[in-house]
Write a protein that binds this ligand. Structure first.
Ligand SMILES: Nc1ncnc2c1ncn2[C@@H]1O[C@H](COP(=O)(O)OP(=O)(O)OP(=O)(O)O)[C@@H](O)[C@H]1O
Ligand SMILES: [Mg+2]
Length: 273
């Protein structure tokens, strides 16, 4: 279904992604983990053609998407919708209009300028919001919603494109643990119920283990692990994060207790200086 072959992205002499190869034969839910700078965002950005690859190929259903131009490239971009850490909504616009923005690439400039949306699109937007449990917020401005609700609006906008793949770059990194769970569960439900492929860059190991069928570990641009959550042992995780024996999984955890421990530690350090 999706085959990534020797994909490389170089920025000068730095290879942000270095000969990555991934084969996906059915629409699974994949989590990509690795420390900051490992190349996770660059890999996703190449997949949806926000960034051009330096070399290598991305084959989707028999077509090399790295070669697509013009309308074919835009069509690909609507087939693999992207969700970002910062939601990227229009803050002062109402929720339902933000969702309808997901249909932009198939509407005329004229219709866009005058905010003319077909009634069936508006109904569909409301249905999608309902499915995500936020239909009651449809008339509100996006900025009036909590972070978790805004991220669900961003997911709704992505669904409006009816994508085959949803790419999520750290979708829960700005959310509290409770909202993080709701958003991850929404992505999981979309994957299971609609059969869409989901590829998410995740900060924390426990999230990848809990929600994904497959986990890919990146280190310095290279794929150093590709397996099931069960195969992702503490030793393997240590290797992915390039850490020594003092590495603890808690350091990559979203649990509230762990966070408060970290805060306490920082407070101790602050006191001692
Ligand atoms: N536009 C750019 N120009 C130059 N270097 C870049 C650019 N984008 C990314 N890089 C470099 O590529 C490497 C990989 O960056 P990338 O953002 O993909 O990492 P990441 O795994 O997503 O990290 P994080 O967890 O912090 O988001 C880093 O060394 C980064 O500095
Ligand atoms: Mg990133």
């Amino acid at each position: 279904m999706l085959r990534i072959d020797d994909l490389t992205k170089a920025f000068g002499r730095n290879k942000a992604v270095d000969a990555a190869s991934i084969v996906v034969d059915k629409p699974v839910m994949i989590g990509i983990i690795g420390r900051s700078g490992a190349g996770k965002s660059t890999l996703l950005r190449m997949l949806n053609r926000l960034t051009d690859a330096t070399s290598g190929a991305i084959m989707f259903e028999g077509q090399d998407v790295t070669q697509l131009r013009g309308a074919a490239k835009r069509n690909w971009q609507s087939q693999c919708a992207m969700i970002f850490q910062q939601f990227n909504l229009v803050p002062r616009m109402d929720v339902v209009s933000n969702v309808l923005h997901g249909t932009l690439n198939r509407r005329s400039t004229f219709a866009t300028m005058f905010n003319l949306y077909p009634t069936e699109d508006i109904h569909r937007a409301i249905e999608i919001l309902d499915r995500l449990g936020i239909a009651e917020h449809a008339p509100k401005r996006a900025e009036a919603l909590s972070g978790g609700q805004q991220q669900r609006v961003a997911i709704a906008r992505a669904l409006m494109q009816d994508p085959k793949i949803i790419l999520a770059d750290e979708p829960i990194a700005s959310l509290d643990p409770m909202n993080a769970q709701v958003v991850m569960q929404s992505l999981r439900d979309i994957h299971e119920q609609d059969g869409r492929m989901v590829i998410a860059n995740l900060h924390t190991l426990d999230t990848a283990r809990r929600y994904c069928d497959r986990v890919i570990g990146m280190r310095a641009g290279r794929i150093v692990f590709d397996g099931t959550p069960e195969q992702l042992t503490t030793g393997v995780a240590r290797d992915i994060y390039g850490a020594d024996e003092t590495f603890s999984e808690a350091a990559t955890s979203t649990e509230i207790e762990t966070l408060s421990e970290e805060v306490a530690k920082l407070a101790d350090i602050a006191e001692s200086v």
